[in-house]
Design a protein around this ligand. Structure first.
Ligand SMILES: [Zn+2]
Ligand SMILES: [Zn+2]
Length: 343
């Protein structure tokens, strides 16, 4: 790890680029160094430090503000005891790396030496306040209110009297045929029973593969008039296609080829299943079988100048006499009968 001098400018006589470690006083006018005025040198102007033992961040003299080595007990400038002296502030090298992306310092450094993280946090706290401005909440509240009233309006009902006018029933049976069907899928997802299969390679997904490192030098203020440089590296990745076998195949599937239906209009017309005639019962290709069965029992109600029908379980449907009045509810907005409200 290379170590270099931080620089400072003398405010009293205007001498610039004084050395942070070597020049604790201005060689020109003798004024004491001001740790707050330390800065990183421009590129190419680094002055290396050899044989320096790092003892910690300088402490600022409580009497004259001169930075003193962490190892000193008394101020080199005025002789004041350094009991209770606080560490000088650290410079942040924002010339190259944005504050947020400066990696954490190595573990062997003391917590007082972490230069960037607390400052960065302070900065973002100022820029983006945690407390949301009150304006942000008013607008969604208004929208929520509108949505609420819209929902209430949609489900708003009024009492009506509905008269049962007609019964109807319908029952149906699907007829399915075992049919050779072309499909395609990845090899590990091809269902058993597939035949006439042909496969080819295709990109199925992408994976991220480590592809070297991107490194940049990071400068860290050590707080004692010096700074160190080290490489900060991040692994870069590239996307690599993952190939797999995509297969086209044929598989025999049961497909609905027609639906047989029976229906009636009267209670006296006893609900029954349609007659299904299979042309080739069995499990061969081209054979047929009965599939899903469906049934529906509905009553048409009239109310005011409208009519609407509702479905019921068969037993309840059969128990509804024609001409009888029922208390029910209709939606205020659309005027539709609410089937579940029929008593
Ligand atoms: Zn000076
Ligand atoms: Zn002093």
């Amino acid at each position: 790890m290379a170590r270099y001098q931080m620089l400072w400018d003398c405010e009293s006589c205007g001498t610039t680029k004084l050395l942070g470690l070597t020049h604790r006083h201005c060689p020109n006018c003798g004024d004491a160094q001001d740790a707050k005025r330390r800065y990183f040198p421009a590129e190419g102007e680094e002055v290396a430090v050899e044989g320096h033992t790092y003892v910690g961040v300088d402490r600022e003299c409580p009497a004259c503000q001169t930075p003193n080595s962490a190892a000193s007990g008394f101020c080199v400038n005025c002789g004041s005891p350094l009991d209770g002296a606080v560490a000088v502030p650290l410079r942040t090298d924002d010339s190259k790396v944005p504050l947020d992306s400066v990696p954490d310092p190595p573990v062997d450094e003391t917590p007082a030496l972490r230069p960037s993280a607390p400052e960065a946090r302070l900065f973002s706290a100022i820029a983006v306040p945690d407390e949301a401005p009150p304006r942000r909440k008013k607008w969604p509240m208004a929208v929520a209110g509108l949505v609420m009233s819209a929902v209430v309006a949609l489900f708003w009902t009024r009492d009506i009297t509905a008269t049962a006018k007609a019964h109807a029933w319908v029952r149906s049976i699907d007829v399915e045929q075992l049919t050779p069907t072309a499909e395609s899928d990845w090899r590990d997802r091809v269902p058993s029973g597939a035949y006439d299969m042909s496969c080819h390679s295709e990109v199925r997904s992408h994976r991220q593969v480590a592809d070297g490192e991107t490194c940049s030098p990071v400068r860290r203020d050590q707080g004692d008039g010096t700074f160190t440089t080290e490489q900060s590296c991040t692994t870069s990745y590239r996307s690599e296609p993952v190939y797999d076998d995509k297969c086209s195949y044929t598989i025999d599937r049961w497909k609905v080829i027609r639906t047989a239906e029976a229906k009636g209009q009267f209670l006296t017309d006893e609900p029954r299943w349609p007659r299904v005639t299979l042309s080739r019962p069995g499990a061969c290709v081209g054979c047929d079988r009965e599939g899903q069965r469906r049934e529906d029992y509905s009553v048409t109600f009239s109310y005011e100048d409208k009519s609407s029908s509702c479905s019921f379980p068969q037993a309840r449907w059969a128990a509804i006499p024609l001409g009888k009045d029922f208390k029910a509810k209709a939606l205020v907005v659309t005027g539709l009968l609410t089937c579940s409200s029929i008593e």
